[in-house]
Design a protein around this ligand. Structure first.
Ligand SMILES: Cc1ncc(COP(=O)(O)O)c(C=O)c1O
Length: 421
């Protein structure tokens, strides 16, 4: 801590009292707050460095295999790189239209029509965004006013709550039930949290971090709850093409009643193994989209042109997204069969590229302690599920990402098998 410059002050008492040196580094990273007399009130006083960044930093220091942060360690298709490069050489390097290039919006509309039998107007109902995160924030800023309540189902992706707070809204948390090793949404509990102030419900399927997917009955329950209300839905479907065992992705787009009050968000970063490109999109009925675009045009205005042209060409030429279920199912199955040699208990994975495991047979540590120990001592980074809860709920669960080359999974499995049981 002495190494920190004066303007970086560690404010968390935990760091001062913890005797566990392996956690000190984490706490310094996670809890340091930059104080400045110029900013008298932080907009997000509770926000710390994200767990993903923190675990990746520890993983780098410990030279651990990083199964923590959710990104592939393999290359994207050469054809995609070629399409983007060609777009640059052809001079597609200036501002595209605010809503995204016509070619990409047309490609998205075609895909959504084929997969979900849903029609979204190219001009008024599809907008290309700088990744899903910008789309999520923009939906929330465009729809949530001061004091409005937003239902967040926990465990939840970490951008939802700060985005609601930035909009002046109030996150209303509903935790998933966790029974017999499986997470599911308790719709009665969710219904009990609805009030006159409820403006938005955020759902996410396939779900990060649990790997569960919405079932048809979930959509029925959701529709019953919002019917005859003005509640909107923000459906985070970034893992839409990673649904396994022959199941169908339950897109909100495929349910006309829900779709008319919903914003649907997806991410090309996830679908094409290019998380660093940060290109995604939003679908919504025209009246909702028009409000979305008012905010979008003043936070990014638009998204880089050559990526959009390149992705659109690539989408026309091949069906990469249709191969993804098989591609990731094989990785899931390979990883799971390797984990059978360890003391972890495996949770089901219906979709996404995450495997949650119960480590209670191996340790009594908290999830953060165990994930940090695993990273430093065993050399495999994971994410504690408690990080996806505002109150850091503990279930003795950690999350691994299996979007990795076979050699990476082999090396990780080899190390995990060495944990004494
Ligand atoms: C559930 C969920 N939503 C949104 C995102 C963000 O996607 P993008 O990288 O396109 O911003 C992620 C990325 O991990 C995610 O897991």
């Amino acid at each position: 801590m002495n190494l920190l410059p004066d303007y970086l002050k560690c404010t968390d008492a935990f760091v001062k009292t913890s005797v566990k040196s392996q956690l000190v580094q984490f706490s310094v990273l996670a809890n340091m707050q930059i104080t400045s007399p110029l900013i008298t009130q932080s907009k997000l006083p509770e926000v710390k460095t994200t767990i993903f960044q923190t675990m990746s930093t520890i993983a780098n220091e410990a030279k651990a295999i990083n199964l923590g942060q959710g990104f592939p360690d393999f290359a994207c298709d050469d054809g995609l790189i070629a399409s983007v490069t060609q777009a640059m050489h052809e001079g597609h390097n200036q501002y595209p239209p605010m809503s995204g290039t016509q070619q990409l919006r047309a490609a998205i509309a075609g895909k959504v029509r084929t997969l979900y039998d849903a029609t979204y107007d190219i001009n008024n109902e599809i907008t290309v965004t700088a990744g899903a995160t910008q789309a999520l924030l923009t939906v929330i800023l465009a729809t949530v006013n001061t004091g409005d309540e937003v239902i967040v189902i926990e465990p939840a992706y970490d951008s939802y709550i700060p985005s609601i707070q930035l909009a002046g809204g109030v996150p209303v948390l509903v935790s998933m039930q966790f029974e017999n090793g499986r997470f599911s949404i308790d719709w009665e509990k969710l219904r009990s949290k609805i009030s006159k102030k409820t403006k938005l419900i955020i759902i996410n399927s396939p779900h990060n971090p649990t790997g569960v997917c919405l079932q048809p009955s979930d959509l029925t329950n959701l529709a019953e709850i919002v019917r005859d209300t003005n509640i909107m839905i923000l459906s985070d479907e970034v893992y839409e093409h990673m649904v396994f065992d022959g199941a169908k992705h339950m897109s909100i787009a495929s349910d006309p009643e829900l779709a008319q009050r919903s914003f649907i968000v997806s991410s090309f970063g996830k679908t094409y193994h290019v998380t660093g490109w940060k290109v995604g999109y939003v679908l919504a009925p025209a009246q909702l989209m028009s409000e979305f675009r008012k905010v979008h045009q003043f936070n990014v205005f638009t998204v880089n042109t050559p990526m959009q042209i390149g992705i659109a060409q690539f989408m026309q030429a091949n069906d990469h997204h249709l191969q993804l279920p098989q591609f990731y199912q094989e990785k899931r199955d390979y990883f799971r069969s390797g984990l059978k040699n360890t003391g972890f208990k495996l949770l089901d994975v219906d979709g996404s590229y995450f495997q949650c495991v119960d480590y209670s047979a191996l340790s009594n540590q908290t999830e953060l302690e165990f994930a940090t120990w695993l990273t430093r001592e065993i050399g495999v980074a994971a994410i504690p599920i408690s990080a996806f809860y505002k109150d850091r709920t503990e279930n003795r669960l950690i999350r691994f990402c299996f979007a990795k080359q076979q050699s990476t999974l082999d090396a990780a499995l080899d190390r995990l098998a060495r944990i004494a049981q």
